[in-house]
Design a protein around this ligand. Structure first.
Ligand SMILES: NC(=O)c1ccc[n+]([C@@H]2O[C@H](COP(=O)([O-])OP(=O)(O)OC[C@H]3O[C@@H](n4cnc5c(N)ncnc54)[C@H](O)[C@@H]3O)[C@@H](O)[C@H]2O)c1
Length: 262
Protein backbone atom coordinates (compact mmCIF):
# COMPACT_ATOMS: atom_id res chain seq x y z
CA UNK A 1 0.00 0.00 0.00
CA UNK A 2 1.29 3.39 -0.99
CA UNK A 3 0.07 6.91 -0.18
CA UNK A 4 2.35 8.86 -2.52
CA UNK A 5 0.59 12.07 -3.73
CA UNK A 6 -2.09 11.68 -1.04
CA UNK A 7 -2.74 14.52 1.36
CA UNK A 8 -3.97 13.58 4.83
CA UNK A 9 -5.35 15.61 7.73
CA UNK A 10 -5.01 13.88 11.10
CA UNK A 11 -6.42 15.34 14.32
CA UNK A 12 -4.75 14.65 17.64
CA UNK A 13 -1.47 13.64 16.02
CA UNK A 14 0.84 15.17 18.63
CA UNK A 15 0.95 11.86 20.51
CA UNK A 16 -0.66 8.45 20.90
CA UNK A 17 -2.74 6.87 18.15
CA UNK A 18 -2.72 10.00 15.99
CA UNK A 19 1.08 10.03 16.03
CA UNK A 20 1.22 6.32 15.15
CA UNK A 21 -1.11 6.91 12.20
CA UNK A 22 0.96 9.94 11.14
CA UNK A 23 4.21 7.94 11.19
CA UNK A 24 2.74 5.14 9.08
CA UNK A 25 1.18 7.56 6.56
CA UNK A 26 4.46 9.53 6.22
CA UNK A 27 6.43 6.32 5.73
CA UNK A 28 4.04 5.43 2.89
CA UNK A 29 4.61 8.76 1.13
CA UNK A 30 1.63 10.88 2.23
CA UNK A 31 1.80 14.56 3.05
CA UNK A 32 0.32 15.00 6.52
CA UNK A 33 -1.29 17.98 8.23
CA UNK A 34 -1.61 17.44 11.99
CA UNK A 35 -4.19 19.41 13.99
CA UNK A 36 -3.77 19.24 17.76
CA UNK A 37 -4.36 21.57 20.71
CA UNK A 38 -1.35 20.35 22.68
CA UNK A 39 1.89 22.35 22.74
CA UNK A 40 3.60 18.95 22.43
CA UNK A 41 2.80 19.25 18.71
CA UNK A 42 5.81 21.56 18.26
CA UNK A 43 8.23 18.89 19.47
CA UNK A 44 6.42 16.17 17.54
CA UNK A 45 6.75 18.13 14.29
CA UNK A 46 10.41 18.87 15.01
CA UNK A 47 11.10 15.15 15.56
CA UNK A 48 9.14 14.04 12.47
CA UNK A 49 10.94 16.65 10.33
CA UNK A 50 14.22 14.79 10.97
CA UNK A 51 12.92 12.04 8.66
CA UNK A 52 10.14 13.67 6.64
CA UNK A 53 9.67 17.08 5.03
CA UNK A 54 5.99 16.54 4.23
CA UNK A 55 4.53 17.17 7.67
CA UNK A 56 2.89 20.38 8.87
CA UNK A 57 1.32 21.13 12.25
CA UNK A 58 -1.47 23.48 13.32
CA UNK A 59 -2.15 24.09 16.99
CA UNK A 60 -5.94 24.25 17.23
CA UNK A 61 -8.73 23.08 19.47
CA UNK A 62 -11.22 21.16 17.34
CA UNK A 63 -14.03 22.84 19.31
CA UNK A 64 -13.01 26.13 17.62
CA UNK A 65 -14.95 26.25 14.34
CA UNK A 66 -13.67 29.69 13.37
CA UNK A 67 -10.04 28.66 13.66
CA UNK A 68 -10.72 25.43 11.76
CA UNK A 69 -12.15 27.48 8.88
CA UNK A 70 -9.04 29.70 8.92
CA UNK A 71 -6.81 26.61 8.77
CA UNK A 72 -8.77 25.26 5.81
CA UNK A 73 -8.26 28.58 3.99
CA UNK A 74 -4.54 28.40 4.77
CA UNK A 75 -4.24 24.80 3.55
CA UNK A 76 -6.13 25.75 0.37
CA UNK A 77 -3.18 27.98 -0.57
CA UNK A 78 -1.07 24.80 -0.83
CA UNK A 79 -3.52 22.05 -1.73
CA UNK A 80 -6.24 21.68 -4.36
CA UNK A 81 -7.68 18.71 -2.46
CA UNK A 82 -7.20 16.50 0.53
CA UNK A 83 -7.63 12.74 0.22
CA UNK A 84 -7.76 11.43 3.77
CA UNK A 85 -9.28 12.82 6.97
CA UNK A 86 -8.58 10.95 10.21
CA UNK A 87 -10.82 12.12 13.06
CA UNK A 88 -8.63 10.82 15.86
CA UNK A 89 -8.56 13.58 18.53
CA UNK A 90 -10.56 12.51 21.56
CA UNK A 91 -10.65 12.62 25.34
CA UNK A 92 -11.54 10.22 28.16
CA UNK A 93 -11.93 11.10 31.84
CA UNK A 94 -13.41 8.59 34.25
CA UNK A 95 -16.37 9.42 36.51
CA UNK A 96 -19.49 7.45 37.37
CA UNK A 97 -22.80 8.67 35.95
CA UNK A 98 -23.98 9.92 39.35
CA UNK A 99 -20.76 11.80 40.04
CA UNK A 100 -20.24 13.20 36.57
CA UNK A 101 -20.83 16.95 36.31
CA UNK A 102 -22.59 18.39 33.27
CA UNK A 103 -19.32 20.21 32.52
CA UNK A 104 -17.35 16.96 32.34
CA UNK A 105 -20.11 15.36 30.23
CA UNK A 106 -20.05 18.30 27.82
CA UNK A 107 -16.24 18.19 27.67
CA UNK A 108 -16.58 14.67 26.16
CA UNK A 109 -19.53 15.57 23.93
CA UNK A 110 -17.93 18.81 22.69
CA UNK A 111 -14.60 17.25 21.71
CA UNK A 112 -15.43 13.66 20.78
CA UNK A 113 -18.70 14.30 18.94
CA UNK A 114 -18.93 17.98 18.03
CA UNK A 115 -15.19 18.33 17.41
CA UNK A 116 -15.29 15.44 14.95
CA UNK A 117 -18.36 17.01 13.36
CA UNK A 118 -16.63 20.45 13.10
CA UNK A 119 -13.47 19.08 11.49
CA UNK A 120 -15.44 16.99 9.00
CA UNK A 121 -17.65 19.94 8.08
CA UNK A 122 -14.63 22.22 7.61
CA UNK A 123 -12.62 19.81 5.44
CA UNK A 124 -15.40 18.19 3.41
CA UNK A 125 -15.25 20.69 0.51
CA UNK A 126 -11.52 19.88 0.04
CA UNK A 127 -12.14 16.15 0.49
CA UNK A 128 -14.83 16.19 -2.21
CA UNK A 129 -12.15 17.32 -4.68
CA UNK A 130 -10.28 14.01 -4.23
CA UNK A 131 -11.03 11.19 -6.63
CA UNK A 132 -10.86 8.67 -3.78
CA UNK A 133 -11.64 10.38 -0.49
CA UNK A 134 -11.47 8.59 2.84
CA UNK A 135 -12.77 9.53 6.28
CA UNK A 136 -11.60 7.42 9.22
CA UNK A 137 -13.24 8.02 12.59
CA UNK A 138 -11.67 6.79 15.83
CA UNK A 139 -14.50 5.23 17.80
CA UNK A 140 -13.75 2.52 20.39
CA UNK A 141 -14.87 -0.89 21.55
CA UNK A 142 -15.97 1.12 24.62
CA UNK A 143 -19.57 2.06 23.99
CA UNK A 144 -20.54 0.09 20.89
CA UNK A 145 -19.37 -3.25 22.38
CA UNK A 146 -18.24 -3.10 26.01
CA UNK A 147 -17.86 -0.68 28.95
CA UNK A 148 -16.27 -0.35 32.38
CA UNK A 149 -17.38 1.68 35.39
CA UNK A 150 -16.80 5.41 34.93
CA UNK A 151 -17.04 5.40 31.15
CA UNK A 152 -20.65 6.52 30.57
CA UNK A 153 -19.78 9.87 28.95
CA UNK A 154 -16.90 8.49 26.90
CA UNK A 155 -18.89 5.40 25.82
CA UNK A 156 -21.84 7.58 24.78
CA UNK A 157 -19.62 9.66 22.51
CA UNK A 158 -17.84 6.70 20.96
CA UNK A 159 -21.20 5.04 20.16
CA UNK A 160 -22.39 8.31 18.62
CA UNK A 161 -19.48 8.16 16.18
CA UNK A 162 -20.83 4.88 14.77
CA UNK A 163 -24.09 6.59 13.79
CA UNK A 164 -22.07 9.49 12.40
CA UNK A 165 -19.93 7.09 10.36
CA UNK A 166 -22.83 5.16 8.86
CA UNK A 167 -25.07 8.11 8.04
CA UNK A 168 -22.19 10.11 6.54
CA UNK A 169 -21.06 7.09 4.51
CA UNK A 170 -24.51 7.00 2.87
CA UNK A 171 -24.43 10.71 2.08
CA UNK A 172 -20.92 10.70 0.58
CA UNK A 173 -21.03 7.45 -1.36
CA UNK A 174 -21.81 9.23 -4.65
CA UNK A 175 -18.67 11.36 -4.18
CA UNK A 176 -16.61 8.16 -3.82
CA UNK A 177 -15.71 9.15 -0.25
CA UNK A 178 -15.55 6.05 1.93
CA UNK A 179 -16.29 6.59 5.62
CA UNK A 180 -15.30 3.96 8.17
CA UNK A 181 -14.68 3.73 11.90
CA UNK A 182 -11.88 2.03 13.80
CA UNK A 183 -12.82 0.50 17.16
CA UNK A 184 -9.62 0.02 19.17
CA UNK A 185 -9.39 -1.96 22.36
CA UNK A 186 -6.40 -1.06 24.52
CA UNK A 187 -3.56 0.62 22.61
CA UNK A 188 -0.64 1.89 24.72
CA UNK A 189 -0.92 5.70 24.58
CA UNK A 190 -0.79 8.66 27.00
CA UNK A 191 -4.61 8.36 27.27
CA UNK A 192 -4.34 4.81 28.62
CA UNK A 193 -1.51 5.81 30.96
CA UNK A 194 -3.72 8.62 32.31
CA UNK A 195 -6.68 6.26 32.77
CA UNK A 196 -4.38 3.91 34.72
CA UNK A 197 -3.35 6.82 36.96
CA UNK A 198 -6.99 7.87 37.48
CA UNK A 199 -7.80 4.27 38.46
CA UNK A 200 -4.85 3.83 40.87
CA UNK A 201 -2.60 6.81 41.34
CA UNK A 202 -0.31 4.82 43.66
CA UNK A 203 0.30 1.96 41.24
CA UNK A 204 -0.76 2.70 37.62
CA UNK A 205 1.59 -0.05 36.36
CA UNK A 206 -0.56 -2.60 38.20
CA UNK A 207 -3.63 -1.34 36.32
CA UNK A 208 -1.85 -1.70 32.96
CA UNK A 209 -0.71 -5.19 33.96
CA UNK A 210 -4.25 -6.29 34.80
CA UNK A 211 -5.49 -4.84 31.48
CA UNK A 212 -2.75 -6.84 29.74
CA UNK A 213 -3.76 -10.09 31.43
CA UNK A 214 -7.37 -9.63 30.28
CA UNK A 215 -6.38 -9.44 26.61
CA UNK A 216 -6.18 -12.82 24.80
CA UNK A 217 -3.01 -11.70 22.92
CA UNK A 218 -1.56 -10.83 26.37
CA UNK A 219 -0.36 -7.35 25.43
CA UNK A 220 -1.69 -3.90 24.64
CA UNK A 221 -1.60 -2.83 20.99
CA UNK A 222 0.95 -0.40 19.59
CA UNK A 223 0.11 2.86 17.86
CA UNK A 224 1.92 1.58 14.75
CA UNK A 225 -0.39 -1.49 14.61
CA UNK A 226 -3.31 0.93 14.82
CA UNK A 227 -1.65 3.06 12.12
CA UNK A 228 -1.37 0.05 9.83
CA UNK A 229 -5.13 -0.54 10.03
CA UNK A 230 -5.75 3.15 9.28
CA UNK A 231 -3.33 2.80 6.34
CA UNK A 232 -5.46 0.05 4.81
CA UNK A 233 -8.68 2.05 5.25
CA UNK A 234 -6.98 5.11 3.71
CA UNK A 235 -5.46 3.25 0.76
CA UNK A 236 -6.65 2.67 -2.81
CA UNK A 237 -6.66 -1.05 -1.98
CA UNK A 238 -9.60 -0.40 0.35
CA UNK A 239 -12.14 0.44 -2.34
CA UNK A 240 -15.31 -1.48 -1.46
CA UNK A 241 -15.75 -0.91 2.28
CA UNK A 242 -17.83 1.96 3.60
CA UNK A 243 -19.92 2.66 6.69
CA UNK A 244 -18.18 -0.14 8.57
CA UNK A 245 -16.67 -0.59 12.01
CA UNK A 246 -13.37 -2.46 12.28
CA UNK A 247 -12.22 -3.75 15.67
CA UNK A 248 -8.51 -3.87 16.61
CA UNK A 249 -8.28 -5.18 20.18
CA UNK A 250 -5.97 -8.21 20.49
CA UNK A 251 -9.11 -10.27 21.06
CA UNK A 252 -10.17 -8.36 24.19
CA UNK A 253 -13.87 -8.41 23.26
CA UNK A 254 -13.71 -12.09 22.27
CA UNK A 255 -14.03 -14.15 25.49
CA UNK A 256 -17.58 -15.37 26.11
CA UNK A 257 -16.89 -16.19 29.76
CA UNK A 258 -13.99 -16.64 32.15
CA UNK A 259 -15.54 -19.69 33.78
CA UNK A 260 -16.21 -22.18 30.97
CA UNK A 261 -13.47 -24.07 29.10
CA UNK A 262 -11.30 -27.19 29.27
N1 LIG B 1 -5.60 4.31 23.37
C1 LIG B 1 -6.61 3.49 23.37
O1 LIG B 1 -6.55 2.41 23.96
C2 LIG B 1 -7.88 3.85 22.66
C3 LIG B 1 -8.90 2.90 22.62
C4 LIG B 1 -10.07 3.19 21.93
C5 LIG B 1 -10.20 4.39 21.26
N2 LIG B 1 -9.19 5.30 21.30
C6 LIG B 1 -9.39 6.56 20.59
O2 LIG B 1 -8.24 6.90 19.86
C7 LIG B 1 -8.13 8.33 19.78
C8 LIG B 1 -6.75 8.76 20.24
O3 LIG B 1 -6.57 8.28 21.55
P1 LIG B 1 -5.16 8.23 22.26
O4 LIG B 1 -5.21 7.07 23.17
O5 LIG B 1 -4.06 8.39 21.29
O6 LIG B 1 -5.29 9.57 23.16
P2 LIG B 1 -4.12 10.54 23.70
O7 LIG B 1 -4.75 11.31 24.82
O8 LIG B 1 -2.92 9.75 23.97
O9 LIG B 1 -3.90 11.51 22.45
C9 LIG B 1 -4.99 12.30 22.01
C10 LIG B 1 -4.48 13.49 21.23
O10 LIG B 1 -5.63 14.26 20.84
C11 LIG B 1 -5.38 15.64 21.15
N3 LIG B 1 -6.65 16.31 21.43
C12 LIG B 1 -7.54 16.00 22.40
N4 LIG B 1 -8.56 16.89 22.39
C13 LIG B 1 -8.29 17.77 21.40
C14 LIG B 1 -8.96 18.94 20.92
N5 LIG B 1 -10.10 19.39 21.48
N6 LIG B 1 -8.43 19.59 19.88
C15 LIG B 1 -7.27 19.18 19.31
N7 LIG B 1 -6.57 18.11 19.75
C16 LIG B 1 -7.08 17.41 20.77
C17 LIG B 1 -4.46 15.59 22.37
O11 LIG B 1 -3.75 16.80 22.55
C18 LIG B 1 -3.57 14.41 22.04
O12 LIG B 1 -2.45 14.78 21.28
C19 LIG B 1 -9.25 8.89 20.65
O13 LIG B 1 -10.35 9.26 19.85
C20 LIG B 1 -9.63 7.71 21.53
O14 LIG B 1 -10.95 7.77 21.99
C21 LIG B 1 -8.05 5.07 22.01
Amino acid sequence: MDLTNKVAVITGGAMGNGLGITKVFLAKGAKVYILDYSDDLKKTIKDLKKDYSNVIGYIVDIRDKKMLDEIVEDIKKEEKKIDILVNNAGVAKLATFEKMSDELRDYHFDINIKGTWNVTKAFLPLLKKSKAGRIINLSSVTGPMVADVGEVAYATTKSALIGFTKALAMELVDKNILVNAILPGYIMTPMVQNIAKETDNEDPKKVIESIRLGIPLKRLGTTIELGNLALFLASDECSYITGQTIVIDGGSTLPETNSVGV
